[in-house]
Design a protein around this ligand. Sequence first.
Ligand code: GDP
Ligand code: MN
Length: 377
Amino acid sequence: MVKLTEGRGKELFRKYGVAVPKGVVAGSADDAARAVASGAVPLPCVIKAQVLAGGRGKGGAVRFASTPEEARAAAAAILGSSFQGETVREVLLEEKVAIARELYLSFALDRTARLPILMTSARGGVEIESVDDSEIERQTIDPFPGLVAYERRRAARSLGLTGPLVGELDRLLTGLYRLFDDEDAELVEVNPLAVVGDRLLALDAKVIIEDDAAFRHPEFAAVHDDRTPLEEIAREKEIAFVQLEGNIGVIANGAGLTMATLDVLKEFGGAPGIFLDLGGTDDPKKVTEAFLLMAQAKPKAVFLNIFGGVTRCDTVARGLVTALGSVAPSERFPLVARIRGNNEAEGIAILRAAGVTSVPDLKASAQAVVAAARGGP
Ligand code: GDP
Ligand code: MN
């Protein structure tokens, strides 16, 4: 998932003729103060953390300033701080506009209808999840004609827009739909879309580019997204590796078994948080690489749960044993293995020779991992 920061999203908005407030992205408090002092950002202004998480307004990551000094202080306070686990490296400074109304608008993919969908609501500025269904207008879009006039009129009506604002919305929707389509987005969200006098301004921008189309958009590849450094390495090596909260590592094969393993560990009070899906790999080199990546994530304990189908238990075991040999003693962690299926006996023998016991019972093995992560027996 390639999520763009608000600043990058608004660059795209400009490219497609969608009106946004005058603004500048700054990486330091000095640059922020300069942007204001030079007049590039008119006062009063808004200073916003450029992180991928939402809810910045409520979380203190959107601030206001009426002098260059205030802008500097606000930028200094936000830059380098952490917002929902993400370090703020950039702020967006924008002229503060006088909002008459806050609206909501988004184009997304409706996976059930298998069509793009336009969602509009007169209740903008709050999380859309908290808005009652009856207050959201949903229109699926036929991609062949694209967004058509009556759909735009219906959107205008749902937003309660009249007079010159209808024409404003018309242009805005046309531009945003073109962006959604041309840039292979899976989401283009404007919340709030602000009524400012007789104009409509996109005050926020959330753009997510569809992963499967990312190869068509190398320009977004350099964009920092929400991958951790280890996830980034894994991606380059084509290893399915995910890091979340939790101290237990899970190595399994296939998304289904990985998820089921997670559930079982949770069931027994464990906190699985590092997932490695070997998929159909039984290439010992790949298994070794994957395992070393797991070691770098510093799990408290690791559960290796392999079902040998296409994958052979003995090759996975061999890769694992090689990997174990290259993990520094200081970085070792308790390992509980459960390998079943194709060439199971050979696999178990290889593991046993390396001092790793395979516990065949799922419940028993999961409990053993949870206990090991707690530092217990
Ligand atoms: P989010 O909370 O992460 O979605 O950040 P937003 O960019 O949506 O900003 C949060 C809120 O800040 C908005 O809903 C507005 O109420 C307020 N805000 C942002 N820009 C302006 C502005 O130019 N003028 C005014 N008055 N309020 C703003
Ligand atoms: Mn917002």
